[in-house]
Design a binder for this molecule. Structure first.
Ligand SMILES: Nc1nc2c(ncn2[C@@H]2O[C@H](COP(=O)(O)OP(=O)(O)OP(=O)(O)O)[C@@H](O)[C@H]2O)c(=O)[nH]1
Ligand SMILES: [Mg+2]
Length: 354
């Protein structure tokens, strides 16, 4: 998305329980993380989204003008957009429409390194595309030519669907193979206890892994720096060690296609003896982020999993703000190293009990 100039649109439903601002801010950060440039932001206040075009018809025309004026090359839509709304909006605004799921998948596609990660992302992208095709039933465009490649009267849509289905089953097969291979590797873990870092994206999970294990995992101030699971051994106490797993960060409303594709990776969290549930204490938005993480953990059947709550980045907090942190969280800083020994001791204690 390097050349992409993004015109961003969001419908604000003015819900007191769900303020738009943190979500919009996060959306803009995701756009940047994808390598696109924000050319303009348009927020429309409405009691409900327009069933036909998401934004009102007048706003849609305004958007088209803004796109032209700002030289935008894509429209980024924060709200969930239905296939029909997408088609209608595309008629008014001659730009590709990128929704939040596509955006997150694009970042994942750029970052995936392992074979499993790449397969998982492509699978998620295809499933998302298939879901959007499903709504286009009324705009069947008939293809000419190609005799013998498809049955008579088959539409482009049907061909697309069939291609996607074929590719999806090929990917599923490949993934199963990669996973079988990894399971065999994992079987050699022996009796060592396993702790898994979980938490919102960018809270400092990889930094904590590096602190705990003196490892060198990729750390970056950007969402989804880590996609692949890394496993490191860490010292806990004399004669006591544990394995620590770092994995993909969470985000609220994680696209369902992505959860499905990453389910196998995420389900490995089931093998963990304890989850290190990390939040970024220096981010005023942390309660919303943590709630989002817990929702995903619950979806994965991990609501009752043993966990240690970790408040990270406390080096950025004034003493007064530190005092307000939840009492059940161990306060640490992956950067200054503060609190890390307390975390180690807690891990040793909890993992010793298992
Ligand atoms: N000030 C401060 N910054 C931190 C701390 N821990 C991490 N960071 C910074 O926060 C940013 C994100 O850190 P990562 O370790 O990449 O976070 P992550 O949770 O692994 O992120 P993803 O892999 O993207 O989900 C980086 O810029 C880190 O340097 C901390 O304790 N204090
Ligand atoms: Mg990371």
């Amino acid at each position: 998305m390097s050349e992409t100039r993004a015109l961003v649109v969001a419908v604000d439903l003015d819900l007191p329980k769900r303020p738009l601002e943190p979500e919009l801010e996060e959306f803009l950060a995701l756009i940047e993380a994808a390598g696109a440039e924000v050319a303009g932001v348009v927020v429309q206040h409405r009691a409900a989204v327009d069933p036909a075009t998401l934004v009102g018809a007048g706003k849609a025309r305004e958007l088209a003008e803004a796109a032209e004026r700002d030289g935008a090359t894509a429209l980024f839509v924060l709200n969930d957009i239905r296939p029909r709304q997408r088609t209608n909006l595309e008629k008014v605004i001659p730009l590709p429409i990128i929704d939040r799921t596509m955006l997150i998948l694009d970042i994942f596609a750029q970052r995936a390194r392992s074979r499993e990660g790449k397969l998982q992302v492509e699978l998620a992208q295809l499933r998302h595309r298939a879901a959007n095709l499903a709504g286009l039933g009324t705009v069947l465009s008939r293809l000419g030519g190609g005799v013998g490649t498809r049955g008579p009267g088959e539409t482009k849509l049907e061909v697309d669907r069939r291609r996607i289905r074929t590719r999806i089953s090929a990917l599923e097969k490949d993934l199963e193979q990669v996973r079988r291979h990894r399971r065999t590797q994992r079987a050699g873990r022996g009796g060592e206890p396993l702790a898994a870092l979980v938490g919102y994206t960018n809270v400092g999970k990889s930094s904590l892994l590096n602190r705990l294990a003196r490892a060198e995992s990729f750390v970056a101030d950007q969402p989804f720096a880590t996609l692949d699971t890394t496993l490191r051994r860490t010292y806990l106490a004399p004669g006591k060690a544990a394995l620590v797993a770092d994995t993909v960060g969470f985000i609220t409303d994680l696209p369902k296609e992505l959860v499905a594709a990453f389910r196998a990776t995420l389900e490995e969290l089931n093998e963990a003896d304890v989850l290190l549930e990390v939040f970024d204490a220096s981010n005023p938005d942390w309660p919303r982020q943590e709630a989002g993480v817990r929702e995903i953990l619950a979806d994965l059947g991990l609501a009752g999993a043993p966990r240690i709550r970790v408040a990270n980045k406390i080096d950025r907090l004034e003493p007064a703000a530190r005092a307000l942190l939840p009492a059940d969280a161990v306060a640490v800083s992956a950067v200054s190293g503060e609190g890390i020994e307390a975390l180690r001791a807690l891990m040793a204690q909890r993992l010793g009990q298992r």
